[in-house]
Design a protein around this ligand. Structure first.
Ligand SMILES: Cc1ncc(COP(=O)(O)O)c(C=O)c1O
Length: 453
């Protein structure tokens, strides 16, 4: 089947599925109309309106790998709050820890008695000896960039084209005609971000070295794989080489493992024995409550303390009032010690591998030039024959209509994928039956897409 026919069929399928969505979800449609009265775009966060559904899907309750919408339909959730619920919705140990803390205080601008145990748990899980907390991974990245500039006394930041590290302004850049410029969609930014941020292609060591040799870069910030422009896996040895180049040129290596925590117990860096100067984690570390953390070595801790001690007293620009609050500490502790266990990861990786095989079989049976990338429990369907090697190739593989049609077809049959690209996550309570449901529904969807209307 040629791509033009496929595109035509995708448009038709999308139109049919939009109609079906409205029939199936009268309560969500009504809630959307009601929420319009006081919420911009009718949602608590404007991008919740960007899922491609005729109106947002309203959730009534969520548990494990499933949730129920306002129309009482059960969904198998492969989006899992795009990683916030990567260990499943409401893991029992986290629910218990929250309940225990509920009558003991939420926030006091002071550490709770659990703080030393949380430090131990972070170190046992991720390997680095020193930690600071933040409320979101966005904040953790912002804070680490501040520390990196303070300790190195350098200004510039190196990132990869296609990166996303939360809404950290320094990283909201694109490469246009080989120059780093503000991302066109960015609202309200008056500074030229390209003055201090340079973006180069992922998997391009020469481009990295050409930048770092100037000695101007405080930090290189990257995920071990790009996971927000589709998925781009690192070439063998790429991150290890970044480690070596950063050391050579006195640039700090920051690994943002907010998503690649899906790789294995302790994340990608621990599994691959790469020690970054800073490690950033967020999203699922408190079982879905807002929490993030960044880790660093003893040597880095000493450099940070020197930088802080040398500065005049007052605001450091690092920190927010609710970070490290008592409720969050309880939830992080329960998640890392009781939920995100080796055996939970084993289950997630095994099922994700089963899902990868099933989806690939379906793709091949339908003779489509598509492929699946996987990092532990995280999978990405991509509309290209060969895995992309950088963001430009990943972007070239995107097809909004096709993506929307597949997402909505699955959603209308009780299967949720991550919006904005084709990501699927497997959690500890995902079952073989859940995986089979996704694989079968995907197969039906491809049959529909290939059928002529
Ligand atoms: C790699 C990475 N880092 C950081 C963030 C920011 O996380 P949050 O939105 O929870 O601040 C994201 C969000 O998607 C992310 O993908």
């Amino acid at each position: 089947m040629n791509s033009q026919t496929l595109a035509c069929n995708a448009e038709q399928l999308l139109a049919n599925e939009r109609e079906r969505y409205q029939q199936l979800h009268p309560n969500s449609m009504a809630l959307a109309a009601s929420a319009q009265q006081h919420f911009l775009y009718g949602v608590p966060m404007h991008w919740m309106n960007d899922w491609g559904t005729p109106a947002p899907l309203f959730v009534s309750h969520a548990q494990g790998a499933h949730f129920t919408c306002a129309d009482n339909i059960d969904y198998t959730d492969f989006c899992l709050g795009d990683t916030g619920a990567m260990f499943g919705h409401c893991p029992a140990a986290v629910a218990q820890a929250i309940a225990n803390q509920a009558n003991k205080g939420y926030t006091a601008m002071l550490p709770s008695t659990l703080a030393p145990d949380v430090g131990n748990a972070l170190t046992a899980f991720f390997g680095l000896p020193y930690w600071q907390l933040a409320t979101t991974a966005t904040d953790a990245n912002r804070f680490v960039l501040r520390w990196a500039r303070a300790v190195t006394q350098r200004r510039k930041l190196l990132v990869f084209d296609g990166c996303y590290h939360g809404t950290v302004d320094d990283t909201m850049v694109d490469v246009v005609d080989e120059k780093t410029e503000n991302r066109a969609s960015l609202l309200g930014q008056v500074h030229s971000l390209g003055l201090y941020t340079v973006a180069v292609p992922f998997n391009d060591l020469d481009a990295v070295e050409q930048a770092l040799v100037s000695g101007e870069f405080a930090a290189l910030l990257t995920e071990p794989a790009l996971t927000n422009c589709g998925m781009v896996l690192p070439n063998d040895g790429f991150i290890e080489s970044l480690r070596a180049l950063c050391t050579k040129y006195g640039t700090l290596l920051i690994l943002d493992e907010t998503h690649t925590i899906s790789t294995a117990h302790g994340g990608w860096a621990k599994a691959n024995k790469v020690t970054p100067d800073f490690l950033v984690v967020g999203k699922p570390i408190a079982g879905g409550l807002p929490a993030a953390a960044y880790g660093f070595s003893a040597k880095m801790a000493a450099r940070m303390q020197s930088a802080k001690d040398a500065a005049p007293a007052g605001h450091s620009g690092i920190g927010t009032t609710l970070s490290g609050n008592m409720m969050t500490l309880a939830a992080i502790h329960a998640t890392l010690t009781q939920v995100a266990t080796e055996s939970a990861y084993q289950h997630m990786r095994n099922l994700a591998s089963t899902l990868e095989v099933a989806l690939m079989k379906t793709i091949q049976a339908h003779d489509l030039p598509w492929q699946i990338s996987r990092m532990g429990a995280r999978l990405e369907l991509q509309f290209c024959e060969k895995a992309p090697n950088n963001a430009a190739q990943a972007r070239a593989a995107q097809n909004e209509t096709l993506e929307s049609a597949i997402h909505l077809y699955l959603l209308n049959r009780g299967v949720l994928l991550t919006p904005f690209h084709n990501m699927m996550l497997v959690c500890p309570s995902t079952t073989q039956a859940d995986v089979t449901k996704l694989a079968n529904t995907f197969n039906d969807c491809l049959s529909k897409l290939k059928a002529t209307y």
